[in-house]
Design a protein around this ligand. Sequence first.
Ligand SMILES: Nc1nc2c(ncn2[C@@H]2O[C@H](COP(=O)(O)OP(=O)(O)OP(=O)(O)O)[C@@H](O)[C@H]2O)c(=O)[nH]1
Ligand SMILES: [Mg+2]
Ligand SMILES: [Zn+2]
Length: 292
Amino acid sequence: MTELQGRVLKNYNGYYYVSVENSIYTCKVKGRMKQNRFSLVTGDLVSLSPGAAGEGMITQVLPRKNFLPRPTLANLDLFVAAFACAAPDFSFLLADKLLTLAALARIPALLVLNKEDNAPVGLIDKIKAVYEPIGYEVYTLSAKNGTGVEALRQRLRGQICAFGGPSGVGKSSTINAIDSSVALRTGAVSEKIGRGKHTTRFAQLLPFDEGYIADTPGFGNLLLEGLEPQQVQQAFREFALYEDGCRFCPCTHTHESVCGVKEAVQDGRVAASRYESYLAMLQEVRDLKRNL
Ligand SMILES: Nc1nc2c(ncn2[C@@H]2O[C@H](COP(=O)(O)OP(=O)(O)OP(=O)(O)O)[C@@H](O)[C@H]2O)c(=O)[nH]1
Ligand SMILES: [Mg+2]
Ligand SMILES: [Zn+2]
């Protein structure tokens, strides 16, 4: 029988679920492929030989348009960095880490702030003031009350997009609100520590309006393993505007005496939170490398 091509929607219980037109094939990987090292993740396009009863063997992974290491996905049009306005509290550092990972994978990203029904006064304006001027769209919503859901639905239609963010921010709740035909499991946030309970256990692409939305497991912390200091610098794309004012080239914008980026932080052209994230991430990447 001839080979088919399809997209991996999820990897679950040892099977890859591959969508081919309107059918789903439950697949294993062909032995020949296993002999070579291969990487096969949710979102990958594959060739498969169909067997009986909707089963199949994956024979080949097709070239990727892009690859996001965390959460692990391939071939995205858009990444949604999902956060809550409260419970768990918004973290500028985590937001900057997620946006960095997307930027390094060359995947366009936007910020989503859920639980606007619980937002502390002024928080949403503060977040928008940091991210909108540097080119990130910010969508606010309440999956619980339904506010803001329609605008996000319109933005995501027809694309292959993935939600990533801390556990408990309401990624699954938001996807349920955007598409009433899915019913993802959601879980309470611990009242004592305000953290999610890792309800979603695996990434999966859900068909949505000619495209897909991926739900992914939330994280507690996000380590920047395997990154180089230069990559961190590169991801803070607004810094490049001020590098003309740096005496040294390259400049790390840390200890150097004359630095255009530090000047821009001082007079507010670069957001203080972005610069703090930059310093923390640079330190983390250096520490991780030292401990290898
Ligand atoms: N107040 C409020 N609570 C919400 C909202 N959206 C979701 N929640 C609650 O937040 C909790 C976590 O929601 P989930 O959708 O499971 O969060 P998640 O991001 O998918 O979490 P993980 O799967 O663990 O990564 C649940 O108790 C939801 O009811 C909202 O807009 N407002
Ligand atoms: Mg979830
Ligand atoms: Zn500098």
